[in-house]
Every structure is written in C-alpha cells, then in structure tokens.
Design a protein around this ligand. Structure first.
Ligand code: EPS
Length: 361
C-alpha cells in the first residue's frame, strides 16, 4: 500500500493517491464525512477558525461504489484559504518553523499559508485512512481509535472510552473537560501555544503482522507518525518508561487465557503479538505565535516577528484522527504484506487470545 498527498494549504486543492488497495471495498463520498469532521478546524474555539468544507471528490479507483484495485485519487478543494499579502511572511523566518529548513533545502519559498508544512496536509491522510479503517474492520475485525493523553502538563485523571468523542479535546475523562477549556482560553489569550500527547490503539490485530528486521511494524509506525507535521516523539507500549524498568517487570507473561500485561504495546520483534497495539505520539507546541520574537529576514537581519492569522494554539487537540489514520494505513500495509508472504502458513499453536485486562489507558 502506498500513499502520497499533494497540495498546499492556500493552493486551490489538496489530494492524495492511495495505490495498492485491494478491489471490492465499498466506498462512497459520505464515508469520509465523519473522520474529516473530527480532524477539521473551526469545530471549537480551541482550534484555528478556518472553515473548510472538506468535501471529498473521488477521482479514480472506485467504480459503481467499490474500489477497482487501481490507484485511488481523492481531491478536496480548499474553500476558505484567504488571499492576503504574503510578501511580509515570505521575507521572514519564524523561530521553530519549517519555513527556514524548506528555504535551506529548496531555495524557493511558498509562503501561502505554510504550504506543505501546514497541518492542512494531514486532511488527506485522514481521508486515505477512511478506506484503510474500513478494510481493517470488515476484513479483520480490527478497530483503531485514540484519545488525547496529555495537554501541556495536564494528564487524564481517569479513563472512560465513551466520553472521548463527546468533547472537543478527545479527552477520556469528562470531569476534567471544564478545566481544559479554561486552560485553553487562557493560553489563547496569552498568544502562546502548547504541546500534547496523543495515544492511538488498535484492537483485534492478529499475531503475525510486521516484518522481523527491515519493515518492522513498530519501525513503520514510528516513521509514519514522525511524518506528521509537528511530531517530535513516538513511543510503542511503555516506550521511554521502559528505560527505568526491570526485565522482570517489562516482560508480558503469557498464560493460556491471555497475556497478563502489555508493556510491549502489542509488538514483539517487529511483529504483532495479538495484543492491543499501543502507540503514543508527542506533538510540539506550534511555532506560529502572536507573541513577538526575534527572527531573521531573508537578508539575515534580526527582525521582530509576530504571526497573525488563524492558527492552532495546540495542534495536538485535533491530532487524534490523524494518528489513527497513520496507524490504520500502516496496519493495512502490513496486513497485505503478511497475506502475500504467509497466507499458506495458517494459524499456529499455541495462540494466546490477547491481553486479559491490560488495555491502554
Ligand atoms: C495552519 C494554519 C491555519 C490552520 C491550518 C493549519 O491555516 P492558515 O494557513 O489558513 O492560516 O487553519 O489548518 C487547516 C486549514 C486544516 O485543515 O488543518 C498551520 O499553520 O499549520
């Protein structure tokens, strides 16, 4: 499975091509609405107030409502990219922003709304993954979902999966939502931004997905998550907490009824174990701030930089569907590779039925 996206935040349209998808998956334009709305800007006062229609046009690869096996091309026309004078922003480099490294690499500046470095690019990842999520669910009973597992220094004080979709933060503990609203209101008024952590999981992944050395499931997941704009870290299972653990604690004990823990995050030796796959992703605080700061202009002079516009004070708030998307796309890719190489093997004994009580929280 191969995915690429194209388009700029303030260009005429954004799109993706999803190649290598099996034929026969039922897909209609309505299927994209739910996940695109979950990721969209302007759905609460805590995100950018840009209002995009995010209406998907299926250009190829689907005939009479089902995928044909040929490349699937999806397009979304930008509808709320305000035209403005880009000359000032084009002549400056914001500290912490990719505009400096794009310039160093290409020697060409596309200042229209951040171009490819805008979070707008993630729209098409979510669109492509609608197909992957559907295939994983229908074909393998795999369910991918996630939540915001840290906002700045605030961590959830409880976990109830049923409340995640009922608040603008994808937060798993309803009693804290008012406090998050207050925190975000103060942050927005201050002109600053903050980082966040997103946790995504996949239930129902069978054992055996992933290549043992090159193309490890965890390696592919790390690369996929790191390819999202603003991501600075990825953990599988206990991740960096494993550093302080003893082996006698970290090992997930096997019983005929299930694993007794899931420190490994459902992946052993690059291959899924049949437990819940658990990935958590660190998002940096966004760099487009109203707070003035010294930056450089294109001639190398120090200049005062203040970014105006409709920016996210915490891009992690709407990143849960984006991380779900990358998890689903990687799982579908690995499932297809496993089917290609190992479909003759069948189930081998003993097969442990996942974890007993150890799903991520
Ligand atoms: C973004 C800045 C804002 C956001 C944008 C991400 O847009 P603009 O370029 O118009 O200022 O609205 O996010 C989206 C449009 C989106 O769909 O996610 C940025 O700087 O990353």
């Amino acid at each position: 499975l191969r995915v690429t996206t194209f388009g700029e935040s303030h260009g005429p349209a954004i799109g993706c091509v999803l190649d290598g998808c099996p034929p026969g998956i039922a897909i209609a334009p309505e299927d994209f609405v739910h996940d695109l709305a979950r990721r969209a800007t302007g759905t609460s006062r805590h995100t950018s107030q840009r209002h995009e229609a995010d209406e998907v046009e299926i250009l190829s690869g689907v005939y009479e409502g089902v995928t044909t096996g040929t490349p699937i091309a999806l397009l979304i026309r930008n509808t709320d990219q305000r035209s403005k004078d880009y000359s000032k922003i084009a002549a400056q480099f914001r500290p912490g922003h990719a505009d400096y490294t794009y310039w160093q690499k290409y020697g060409i500046r596309d200042p229209r709304g951040g171009g490819r470095s805008s979070a707008r690019e993630t729209t098409m990842r979510v669109a492509a993954a609608v197909i992957a999520k559907k295939w994983l669910a229908d074909r393998h009973g795999v369910r991918v979902y996630g939540w915001l597992s840290q906002l700045g220094e605030i961590a959830p004080q409880g976990f109830d999966a049923s409340v995640i979709e009922a608040n603008p933060f994808f937060w798993p503990h309803a009693a804290q939502v008012d406090a998050l609203e207050t925190y975000m209101d103060a942050l927005r008024k201050s002109g600053d931004s903050v980082g966040a952590r997103v946790t995504v999981v996949a239930d129902g992944v069978p054992p055996g997905w992933g290549e043992p050395v090159y193309g490890k499931l965890d390696g592919d997941l790390a690369a996929a998550m790191m390819s999202i704009n603003a991501v600075k870290g990825v953990e599988i299972g206990d991740g960096f907490a494993s550093v302080a653990q003893k082996g006698s604690v970290h090992r997930d004990v096997m019983t005929p009824d299930g694993f007794l823990s899931n420190h490994a995050g459902g992946i052993l030796g690059g291959i899924s174990s049949g437990q819940q796959v658990v990935v958590s992703v660190a998002f940096k605080p966004t760099s487009s701030l109203r707070l003035p700061v010294d930056g450089l202009d294109a001639d190398g002079n120090v200049v005062d930089i203040v970014t105006t516009g409709r920016h996210d004070p915490c891009v992690g708030i709407r990143a849960t569907p984006i991380c779900e998307a990358m998890l689903a796309l990687v799982l579908m890719d690995q499932a297809l590779r496993h089917r290609a190489q190992c479909s003759d093997v069948g189930d081998v004994s003993p097969r442990i039925p996942g974890s007993i009580t150890t799903d991520a929280k």
